[in-house]
Design a protein around this ligand. Structure first.
Ligand code: ZN
Length: 345
């Protein structure tokens, strides 16, 4: 039993859901996430049951009960048709289109807790940003931009009150699909992006999604590199680059230097519009479990150095470029913070 009450957050991925939580004062209950299967192949009822099981297990692990819970948050990848209603998602079955997961999960939570519980939801990138923003700024009332390159480019803006910019059409901060400034990047071709906009989305120049195209265009400068003659599938080739870069491979470093520059220019774009105090960089290239300290510093410096010339003078001195710190926790913890934000008076 907790004197102050708790907020539970679930980060629902396509295959695995993670549950975490915070106390009402914002402190993190546990750095051990509760992992459970999302079970999306078995339908929406099974997914809901998995979220409830995850919450129950997390409460039991931490000697808490439903009586302690003041609110619940859920991070689920969009896009959405409406608040808490899924649109077509690339990672979930077609039958999930139009699913009002907010209504179904609210009902299941009420049954589990024996009383209605407030439920807040948002897309995983935004809620991960809420978690990271809280970690980086503590009690300062300042804005935070999060850029997390992975398979796509997760982008979030968290305002001084701790709220994420969700937008009015559930597409706020889909900033990975803004165009890259190709003239500042040596005029690479317009890379294709899964969103279909066709204007050279920055996501394609900064993440795994566009790496096959970037590798194709970089390899001619390294004709003797083993990847130049490799017959491995593209996907395998690009996924070898991060490890190669840790070993000092010139081609791999060239590619990630390019990605850092592209991401830095994009950070400058976003800072120009949003004027945050912090730019937090997340994703696999900043993961201490997979990269060396030297590589992470090089990547972060590359981002900052590309951004600085395009910031206003005060921003050049004040905006801090920092690495994300919560790792896998960020989205579940962010979901718990969004639940707390939603219930504040
Ligand atoms: Zn795009």
């Amino acid at each position: 039993m907790s004197d102050q009450g708790v907020y539970i957050g679930t980060d629902s991925g396509a295959t695995t859901s993670k549950t975490g939580g915070i106390f009402a004062d914002g402190s993190i209950i546990s750095h051990d996430l509760r992992q459970s299967s999302t079970n999306s192949a078995a339908g929406t009822d099974a997914v809901i049951a998995g979220w409830i099981d995850g919450a129950k297990g997390f409460l039991a692990d931490n000697h808490l009960s439903w009586d302690d819970v003041k609110g619940v948050g859920l991070a689920l990848p969009g896009p959405y048709q409406d608040y808490g209603v899924l649109a077509k998602s690339s990672n979930l079955p077609e039958s999930f289109i139009g699913w009002n997961f907010w209504a179904d999960y609210s009902k299941a939570l009420e049954a589990a807790a024996g009383r209605p519980l407030p439920l807040a939801t948002g897309n995983d990138g935004d809620l991960g940003g809420v978690g990271e923003a809280h970690a980086v700024r503590g009690d300062q009332a300042v804005g935070v931009v999060l850029l997390a390159p992975g398979s796509g480019l997760g982008c979030a803006y968290i305002d001084r009150h701790g709220d994420h910019l969700a937008g009015d059409n559930f597409a706020g901060m889909e900033a990975g699909h803004m165009p890259a400034p190709l003239h500042l990047l040596g005029h690479p071709p317009v890379y294709t992006c899964g969103c279909g906009k066709g204007w050279g989305c920055i996501e394609a120049y900064t993440t795994i999604s566009g790496l096959p195209q970037l590798l194709r265009d970089t390899l001619p400068r390294y004709p003797d590199h083993p990847l130049a003659t490799s017959t491995e599938p593209d996907k395998k080739k690009v996924l070898s680059l991060r490890d190669l870069a840790q070993q000092g491979d010139a081609l791999a470093l060239d590619i990630f230097d390019f990605q850092a520059k592209a991401l830095g220019l994009h950070a400058a774009n976003l800072v120009t519009a949003l004027d945050p105090a912090y730019v937090v960089i997340g994703g696999g290239l900043i993961d201490p479990g997979a990269t060396t300290a030297e590589f992470r510093q090089r990547y972060l410096d590359g981002i900052r150095n590309a951004a600085l010339p395009y910031l206003f003078t005060r921003q050049q001195a004040e905006v801090k470029f920092v690495a994300a710190t919560l790792g896998e926790l960020s989205q579940a913890i962010g979901a718990a913070f969004v639940a707390r934000n939603a219930t504040r008076s």
